[in-house]
Write a protein that binds this ligand. Structure first.
Ligand code: ARG
Length: 600
C-alpha cells in the first residue's frame, strides 16, 4: 500500500467521523425514508470492545416510529440500518448489539494511511467548502480604563479562534474594537487641558493613565463647572476639532502602548479599529436610518427597535446629539459587511453582552444591512473570572488586577517551579527564559481555554501550574519528552518519510492502535471546534493525545538499549508514531496560542 493512493482519500479528508456520519445518515434515510430530522449520532466508542466508533441512532428512531404507532424495537432498527449501509474500505465491520447499538470497526490500513500522510505532507486542515472572510472582533479594551481580566479572556479566546480559522484557510480579520470614543474623553481632555496647558507643543508626561482617569473622574463627579466643560469637550471632539483630536490622540497613544505590551508578551496580532474609526459612517448611517423612518424619539433620544418590537431598543443618538456604543456597533456591522465583505462575524465578549449583540443583529437585519442567509453572525460569550475565593477576581487589597502584574507573577511562579525541579542547573539561561515564558503564558491561556467558556472560571496559579492533569505544564513536558525521544535516537525526517512511503508500520500492540486512532481524530476534533467555537474540545483532545501517548510509551519500546546504554535497536514504526504525535500536539498547542519549547 502507498500513501495518498487511495481513492477514498478525498472523501476522507474531512475525517473519519465525518465520513461515518455521512454513510450512516444515508443508510438511515434509505432504511426509514419517512423519518426526517432525526439526528444520527456517531461518536468514538468509550471502550475498545464496543468497536472504534459507535452509532446510536436506533433508539431515537425506534421511539420516533413508536410515536407514529409503528412498533419496531431498536435491535431491528439497527439491523435495518446495517442492511442499507453502503460499506466501503473505511468500515471494516459493524456489529449490532443489544439494546440497539451499532458498533463500528474502522480499517487499520485507512488509519495508517492518514498517519503516513501526516508525516509526508504535514498536518493538513480539512478541506473547505468555501473560503470565508471572517471578522473576529476581540480583546477590545477601553482607552484610559483598565484592561481587565475580562479583556484578557476575550484576547485569549479570540486569538485562538483566529488561529483556528486561519488554519482552516479562511481570510481572517483580527479586529480590536477599542472603546476610544466614549464620553470619558470629555473629562479626560478637559483635565488634560488644565493640567498640561501646553500639550499641543509639548508631549504631556502621562505615565499612569489610570490615575489620570481617576483624577478626572472624581472632578467630573464633584465639580459641576468641570462637568459642563467635559461635555463641551466631547462635542468638540465628535465634531473632529483638530485641537481636541490632538488631545484625544495623545491619550489614546498612552493606552495603545500599554495594550501593545500585553499583546507582545502573549503573541497576539490584532488590528486596531476602534469605535472612533466609524465616526463618519455613524453620521451617514444615522442620516439614512432617519430618512427611512427607523428612528423613534424617546425623551430626547433617538432609538431604534429591532424586529422584535418588545426587546430593548438601541440608543442611536443621545439627547445631547452624541453617538453611543450601540451606534458604533451598528455602523461597524455595516462596514464589515459592505466594505470588508465579511460573511462571518464573530464577537468575543463576556456573556453579559449577548443581548446587545442580538439587538444589533436584529436592527441590522431590519435596516437591510444584514442578510442572514449570506452572513453568519455569532456572539462568542464567556463567563466571569473568579478568584480562588470564588468571588470576583481582585488583588488582596481589593483592587482590579493589572494585567502586566498578573503576567509578571506568572513568570515568577513559572521560574520558581522550574527551579524546584532543578532545571536551572541543566538548562542554559536562554532555555530557562523561554521555558519560563512558555509555561507562564501557556498556563494562563490554557487554563482559560480548557474550561467551557460559557462558565465562570476560577483563576488559580497553583492549579494551572500543576505538572499533572490537564494543564499546559503537563502538555509542554509531554511534548518536549516526545520530541527528545526522536532526537535522542538520532532519527531524521528523511528516514521517517521512507517508512511512511513504504507503509512500513505493523500494529503489534493494542496501545499502538489506540494511539493511532486518537491521532486520526484530529480532523474530527477540528471540525467540532469550528462548529462550536468552544476551544475546550481541542484542549480535551490534546490532553487525550498526551495521556494515550504515555500509555503507549510505557509498554511499547521505541528504542532498545544494552546495559552500557548504547542503542541496539530502533523501532522505526514507533518512531514514526512519536513524530506524528509530536506534530499533532504541536499543531493543537499552536492553535491554542501556546508556544512550545524544545527543552524545559
Ligand atoms: N469595549 C467593549 C468592552 O470593554 C468591548 C467591545 C466589544 N466589541 C464590540 N464590537 N462591541 O466591554
Amino acid at each position: 500500500m502507498h500513501a495518498g493512493k487511495l481513492n477514498d482519500e478525498t472523501r476522507m479528508k474531512k475525517g473519519i467521523l465525518h465520513h461515518l456520519s455521512t454513510i450512516f445518515e444515508q443508510a438511515v434515510a434509505l432504511a426509514f425514508p419517512d423519518i426526517v430530522d432525526i439526528l444520527v449520532p456517531v461518536a468514538p466508542s468509550s471502550r475498545p470492545q464496543f468497536g472504534d466508533y459507535q452509532c446510536n441512532a436506533a433508539m431515537p428512531i425506534s421511539n420516533a416510529l413508536k410515536n407514529r404507532g409503528i412498533k419496531i424495537d431498536p435491535m431491528n432498527v439497527a439491523s435495518k440500518i446495517l442492511e442499507y449501509l453502503k460499506t466501503d474500505n473505511v468500515v471494516e465491520k459493524v456489529d449490532v448489539v443489544a439494546p440497539g447499538f451499532l458498533n463500528i470497526w474502522v480499517s487499520k490500513a485507512i488509519c495508517k494511511e492518514r498517519i503516513f500522510d501526516l508525516i509526508l505532507n504535514g498536518i493538513q486542515p480539512p478541506p473547505l467548502d468555501k473560503v470565508k472572510t471572517v471578522v473576529v472582533d476581540f480583546s477590545s479594551p477601553n482607552i484610559a480604563k483598565e484592561m481587565h481580566v475580562g479583556h484578557l479572556r476575550s484576547t485569549i479566546i479570540g486569538d485562538s479562534i483566529c488561529r483556528l480559522l486561519e488554519f482552516m484557510g479562511h481570510d481572517v480579520l483580527r479586529i480590536n474594537h477599542v472603546g476610544d470614543w466614549g464620553t470619558q474623553f470629555g473629562m479626560l481632555i478637559a483635565h488634560l487641558k488644565e493640567k498640561f496647558p501646553d500639550y499641543l507643543t509639548k508631549s504631556p508626561p502621562i505615565h499612569d493613565l489610570q490615575s489620570f482617569y481617576k483624577e478626572s473622574k472624581s472632578r467630573f463627579d464633584s465639580d459641576s463647572d468641570f462637568k459642563s466643560k467635559a461635555y463641551a469637550c466631547v462635542i468638540k471632539l465628535q465634531n473632529l476639532d483638530p485641537e481636541y483630536m490632538k488631545a484625544w490622540n495623545l491619550i489614546c497613544d498612552v493606552s495603545r502602548k500599554e495594550f501593545q505590551k500585553i499583546y507582545n508578551r502573549l503573541d497576539i496580532v490584532i488590528e486596531e479599529r476602534g469605535e472612533s474609526f466609524y465616526q463618519r459612517h455613524m453620521v451617514e448611517l444615522v442620516r439614512d436610518l432617519e430618512t427611512r423612518g427607523f428612528l423613534e424619539y424617546d425623551e430626547g433620544r433617538k432609538v431604534m427597535f429591532g424586529l422584535e418590537a418588545d426587546a430593548i431598543p438601541l440608543t442611536i443618538v443621545k439627547s445631547d446629539g452624541g453617538f453611543t456604543y450601540d451606534t458604533s456597533d451598528l455602523a461597524a456591522i455595516q462596514y464589515r459587511i459592505q466594505q470588508d465583505h465579511a460573511t462571518w462575524i464573530i464577537y468575543v465578549t463576556d456573556a453579559g453582552q449577548a443581548t446587545h449583540f442580538k439587538v444589533i443583529q436584529s436592527c441590522a437585519e431590519k435596516a437591510g444591512i444584514l442578510n442572514r442567509s449570506l452572513v453568519k453572525v455569532v456572539h462568542v460569550g464567556f463567563g466571569v473570572v473568579l478568584g480562588e475565593d470564588k468571588k470576583k477576581f481582585k488583588t488582596r487589597s481589593g483592587e482590579t488586577v493589572k494585567l502586566q502584574h498578573l503576567l509578571d507573577e506568572g513568570l515568577r511562579r513559572a521560574e520558581e517551579k522550574l527551579k524546584e525541579k532543578n532545571r536551572h542547573t541543566v538548562l542554559t539561561q536562554e532555555e530557562l527564559d523561554s521555558a519560563k515564558e512558555a509555561i507562564a503564558y501557556g498556563c494562563i491561556k490554557y487554563a482559560d481555554l480548557s474550561h467551557n467558556r460559557i462558565n465562570d472560571y476560577v483563576f488559580s496559579f497553583d492549579a494551572m501550574l500543576e505538572d499533572k492533569g490537564n494543564t499546559a505544564v503537563y502538555l509542554l513536558y509531554a511534548y518536549t519528552r516526545i520530541r527528545s525521544i526522536v532526537r535522542n535516537a538520532g532519527i531524521d525526517i528523511k528516514q521517517l518519510n521512507k517508512v511512511a512511503e513504504c507503509g512500513d508500520l505493523t500494529i503489534s500492540h493494542d496501545r499502538e492502535w489506540k494511539l493511532i486512532k486518537v491521532l486520526v481524530r484530529f480532523t474530527d476534533t477540528i471540525l467540532k471546534v469550528v462548529e462550536s467555537l468552544s476551544l475546550h474540545h481541542l484542549c480535551e483532545y490534546v490532553y487525550e493525545i498526551a495521556t494515550t501517548f504515555s500509555e503507549f510509551y510505557d509498554v511499547c519500546y521505541c528504542i532498545e538499549k544494552n546495559e552500557a546504554g548504547e542503542i541496539v535497536k530502533i523501532d522505526m514504526g514507533r518512531m514514526l508514531l512519536c513524530e506524528a504525535t509530536a506534530r499533532t500536539i504541536e499543531k493543537c498547542l499552536n492553535i491554542l496560542g501556546i508556544r512550545t519549547v524544545t527543552r524545559m
